[in-house]
Design a protein around this ligand. Structure first.
Ligand SMILES: Nc1ncnc2c1ncn2[C@@H]1O[C@H](COP(=O)(O)OP(=O)(O)OP(=O)(O)O)[C@@H](O)[C@H]1O
Length: 244
C-alpha cells in the first residue's frame, strides 16, 4: 500500500487565487520509504498540494489517501489526530517555541498528545530523535542559542518523533546557507535510508531535489514532469522546459 495517494485532486479557491484552479487534477502515488521533491514556479500549486496531501486543506474534488485511509471520510477530530500522530511537518511557519528547550520542542507532538514531560520515556524518545539529527548535546538549549540550521534540525527531530507515516517539508532549506542546507538535506535523506521514513519536500532548488528519489514539476496546478532519480541538471532542464 502506498504511503500517499492522490486521485484527481482539484483545489479551487473561491473568489481568489490565479486565473485557474490552484490544483487541477493531480494524480500521485508515493511508496513507503521514498523521498519525493515537488517543484514548480511560484504559484504553480506546490504548497496547496502539500496542504491537501497533509489534510490541512480539503480538496474541492478528488481523493487523498494516507496509508490507505481516505482523508475525506474523517471527522475533524479524527483528522486532527491523524495529523498529530501519523504526519510529520517541517513547515517554515511552524517555528520552534522560543521558551522551550530543544528537547521540549522535539517532544512537543508527544506532549500535545498528552504525554508527561517528566516521564522518562518521553525524554528518552526526544533524546533519541535529537541524536538522529546530531543534536543530543544541545538538548537543553533554547532555539535562540541554536543556529538556523540547528533549529531546522530540531524541527526535523520534532517531525520524526511520532514515527509518522509521512513527513511533509515545505522549503526546509529556503533560509539556510548552502553548506547548512546540504546538512539538512542529508539528514532527510538519512531519515529515508536508515529509518525508512517517507518524505515529501517542496523546494525551488534543483540541487535540493537531487537528494530525492523522485521529483515532480507542477505548472498551473498540474503535474507536467516526473523525474526518477533526479539530478540537479535534469531538474533545472525540466524547470526551464516548463517555463519556455
Ligand atoms: N488561501 C488562498 N486563497 C486564495 N488563493 C490562494 C490561496 N492559497 C493559494 N492560492 C492561489 O493558488 C495558487 C497556487 O498557490 P500555491 O501557494 O500553492 O503556489 P506555490 O507553488 O506554493 O507558490 P510559491 O512557490 O510562491 O510558494 C496561486 O495562484 C495562489 O495565488
Amino acid at each position: 500500500m502506498p504511503a500517499l495517494r492522490l486521485d484527481g485532486v482539484r483545489r479551487v479557491y473561491p473568489g481568489g487565487g490565479g486565473p485557474g484552479p490552484a490544483l487541477d487534477g493531480v494524480d500521485l502515488e508515493l511508496a513507503r520509504g521514498r523521498f519525493l521533491a515537488v517543484l514548480g514556479r511560484s504559484g504553480s500549486g506546490k504548497s496547496t498540494l502539500l496542504r491537501c496531501a497533509a489534510g490541512l486543506e480539503r480538496p474541492t474534488a478528488g481523493t487523498v489517501r494516507l496509508a490507505g485511509t481516505p482523508l475525506a471520510g474523517l471527522r475533524p477530530k479524527a483528522l486532527t489526530r491523524l495529523r498529530r500522530d501519523r504526519i510529520g511537518f517541517v513547515f517554515q511557519e511552524l517555528n520552534l517555541v522560543p521558551s522551550l528547550t530543544a528537547l521540549q520542542n522535539a517532544a512537543l507532538p508527544l506532549l500535545l498528545a498528552g504525554a508527561d514531560e517528566r516521564d522518562e520515556r518521553t525524554r528518552a524518545r526526544a533524546l533519541r530523535v535529537l541524536d538522529e539529527v546530531g543534536l543530543a548535546d544541545r538538548a537543553d538549549d533554547p532555539p535562540h542559542r541554536l543556529s538556523g540550521g540547528q533549529r531546522q534540525r530540531v524541527a526535523i527531530a520534532r517531525a520524526l518523533i511520532t514515527a509518522p507515516e509521512i513527513v511533509f517539508a515545505d522549503e526546509p532549506t529556503g533560509a539556510l546557507d548552502p553548506v547548512t542546507a546540504d546538512e539538512v538535506l542529508g539528514l532527510l535523506r538519512r531519515a529515508v535510508d536508515a529509518y525508512g521514513h517517507t518524505v515529501v519536500m517542496v523546494t525551488h532548488d534543483p540541487a535540493a531535489a537531487a537528494y530525492a528519489d523522485e521529483a515532480i514539476v507542477l505548472d498551473r496546478g498540474r503535474i507536467v514532469r516526473r523525474l526518477a532519480a533526479p539530478s540537479a541538471a535534469g531538474v533545472l532542464g525540466a524547470l526551464r522546459a516548463v517555463a519556455a
